[in-house]
Design a protein around this ligand. Structure first.
Ligand code: FDA
Length: 391
């Protein structure tokens, strides 16, 4: 039977980074992955340019049943630490917005950097673990190519999002097998879908984008909202989707920072002959303004003819649009999986299972989910580094 000191399942962001952090003289480190290529999600991330970290990284940028859990690892391996590695590798980058750092060139440069950093480790692609057991002194992982024995096993197989490129729920199965608790999982950073009533508005507007603000539970985001044929998308929707649960209603402000009812009343005094839709078009994209006026039977209406109550209703429709999504686009397109291995069962300094010495969970499979904007990769790097350096 082959024997290694540290075996990592998953050659994604967390697994590759963990291998590099774990290497030291005389230590045998192996990484197994069932996919053909390592780092497939890195390749498609950030529109192909990989938003590899965020300068504003802090524990409050993550969803978790224990909001403090991520703080220790994030403090010990920071965004600046990752930027240092990127600079040393000669990879050019830029800040897009809100602290989000992207490669100037291709995302695969990041994968190359991670592979160079772990070049002393044994990377085996197209190699799926068939079973994992503990034989009393170590872990035995069965693969098609034979059994591998290891003192330490790091599970870095990610979440369930995008099964087409290799995502599976194996981390959750292994957690359950070894007695760890699981926080219910669901698709996050994902477009929301709607029933016919809202779709009557969304469909004809597909492609229209508007700056919007949504507050829901602990989430409050202001960013672009995009109408689609199936509902709503865009960064503000992806952000809030991670906080949303089926059955819940969302309130959307389509003109943040403006009180539309007050503006319309002021405009009525100034230029009452104007059509409502064209005045509303000063605050919203013209197609959206026209669609809302149409929906409220105000398509041809002049401002001067409208009582306060109607302008208040129109203002509420724009500033406090109430919608109830029927669902999400699901794991097929979700950028992340919310929930996962319950952090109560992991040591926050090392990511080691409290009751199973030698077993570690890192990256997206843990119940730590970042906002959109490079936070999920920073969590992958930080949790991987914590496990890789653990004594
Ligand atoms: P990751 O999914 O990267 O890796 C898991 C690995 O395990 C894969 O290589 C997989 O093949 C392997 N595996 C799974 N099941 C297995 C099994 N049964 N046997 C063997 N191997 C198995 N984040 C961010 O911060 N900035 C960004 O720009 C983006 N952009 C982005 C775009 C898109 C389209 C998606 C889907 C996601 C993002 N993300 C992102 C999120 C980010 O990609 C994600 O959080 C990290 O890749 C998580 O890293 P992990 O290593 O935990 O899982």
């Amino acid at each position: 039977m082959e024997q290694v000191d540290l075996l990592i399942l998953g050659a994604g962001a967390a697994g590759l980074f963990c291998a590099g952090s774990a290497l030291r003289p005389g230590r045998r480190v192996m990484v197994l992955d069932h996919a053909a290529q390592p780092g497939e999600k890195i390749r498609i991330s950030g529109g192909g340019r990989c938003n590899f970290t965020n300068l504003a990284t802090a524990a409050d940028r993550f969803l978790s049943r224990n909001p403090r859990f991520a703080a220790s690892a994030l403090a010990r391996f920071t965004a600046a630490d990752f930027v240092r590695l990127v600079d040393r590798a000669g990879i050019a980058w830029h800040e897009k917005t809100q602290g989000q750092l992207f490669c100037d060139g291709k995302a695969t440069q990041i994968t190359r950097m991670l592979l160079d950093r772990m070049s002393g480790a044994d990377l085996r692609m197209r190699s799926a673990p068939r079973s994992v057991r503990h034989d009393g002194t170590g872990f035995v992982v069965e693969t098609a190519g034979g059994a591998i024995r290891t003192a330490r096993l790091v599970v870095a197989t990610g979440g369930k999002s995008i099964p087409k490129i290799g995502a599976t729920g194996i981390a959750y199965d292994l957690g359950a097998q070894f007695g760890l608790r699981l926080v219910d999982t669901r698709a996050g950073l994902v477009p929301l879908t709607f029933a016919e009533q809202e779709l009557a508005l969304c469909r004809p507007l597909a492609g229209v984008s508007v700056e919007a603000e949504i507050r829901h539970k602990d989430g409050r985001f202001r960013d672009a909202l995009l109408f689609t044929h199936r509902g709503l998308s865009g960064p503000v929707i992806l952000q809030i989707s991670s906080f949303w649960n089926p059955g819940e209603t969302l309130q959307i402000d389509l003109a943040p920072g403006r009180d539309i009812a007050t503006d319309l009343k002021a405009e009525r005094t100034r230029a009452g002959r104007a059509g409502i839709a064209s005045v509303l078009g000063n605050a919203l994209p013209a197609r959206l303004a026209a669609a809302i006026c149409e929906e409220m039977g105000l398509a041809q209406a002049r401002l001067a003819d409208q009582p306060n109550a109607r302008l208040d209703a129109l203002g509420a429709r724009v500033n406090r649009w109430q919608v109830r999504p029927v669902g999400t686009e699901g794991y097929r397109t979700a950028e992340v999986t919310v929930g996962g291995i319950d952090t109560r069962d992991l040591d926050a300094r090392t990511m080691q299972a409290r009751k199973v010495p030698g077993l570690f969970f890192i990256g997206e499979c843990v119940d730590v989910t970042g906002w959109l904007g490079g936070y999920n990769f920073q969590w992958a790097w930080a949790s991987a580094d914590a496990a890789g350096r653990a004594d």
